[in-house]
Design a protein around this ligand. Sequence first.
Ligand code: 3HC
Length: 305
Amino acid sequence: MTFDALIARGQRIEPRDDMPEGYRKTLVRQIAQHAHSEIIGMQPEGEWITRAPSLRRKAILFAKVQDEAGHGLYLYSAAETLGVDRAELTELLLQGRQKYSSIFNYPTLSFADVGVIGWFVDGAAICNQVPLCRSSYGPYARAMVRICKEESFHQRQGYELLLRMMSGTEAQRADVQDAVDRWWWPSLMMFGPPDDDSPNTAQSMAWGIKRHSNDELRQRFVDMTVPQAEKLGVTLPDPELRWNEERGHHDFGRPDFDELKRVISGDGPCNEQRMARRRQAHEDGAWVRAAAAAHAAKHRAQQGR
Ligand code: 3HC
């Protein structure tokens, strides 16, 4: 069956199927950006592992940050089925020729940020990624199934942490509200530019790579989060936020998309720090890659291949 026929029937495209070059390139771009985000996304919360307030919180945070590394690896593997190499993708990131999510360029100032990242950032990731489990490219869609299960745990651990802090002292409640104020708008920006300024959405939806537009998913996230904020007892920092009976959705203010553009182009509060750390980790890991390659070569030689 041809590519167009498979897409029209809602069937999966697999690595050996014929596919237009644009489809392949779009997938490599999106999957690589997603993989880089998972790996760089280990940094903001990773900074809190040594400072977690209890052994229980440390163990949870450790597991969560480790999961992000695993997500990056599944995603790089999915990208490799499209004929690219993980080393090549990492090089493109380090040269600034591929992106990672804007959200990871903001600082984590208190332990409440760990909870709010779980609640907002992983919550936004779930909104964005559950539909990607039905993405038209098989290896990407299958990687997303496991990733979403883990993201769901991440979101709950964040919310549970915040519930706990909200039943603590006045200072703890203030830390939670402060973190909510700082992370709300950047989390809405994670969904990307508005639909009328999103160059890739129409084609990606026609190909079934994306199943919903950026604005649809942003709306879904707001609708999901408002009742959770009420239950938690925090205020979302948007005076325009209100239920619209007619639309059956919440109205909300417009995120500062100029800020999103600035952060994506390298001018966010932590871009330099994140990239410097990523570069350093890559250099520090050179001996591990060399040892793994030498081991694989020895293994192949022993097997006479
Ligand atoms: N951060 C950085 N770049 C962004 C962005 C963001 N929040 N939103 C959009 N962009 C970039 C796009 O990549 C594109 O640039 P490019 O053409 O050079 O790649 C440009 O801005 C225009 O945006 P479009 O809306 O046209 O781009 P897309 O159709 O690709 O939509 C997207 C953007 C919604 C982010 C889509 O790529 C997507 O759904 N990606 C998969 C999910 C993903 O990457 N999530 C990263 C979040 S991190 C995460 O999930 C980790 C978890 O542990 C929390």
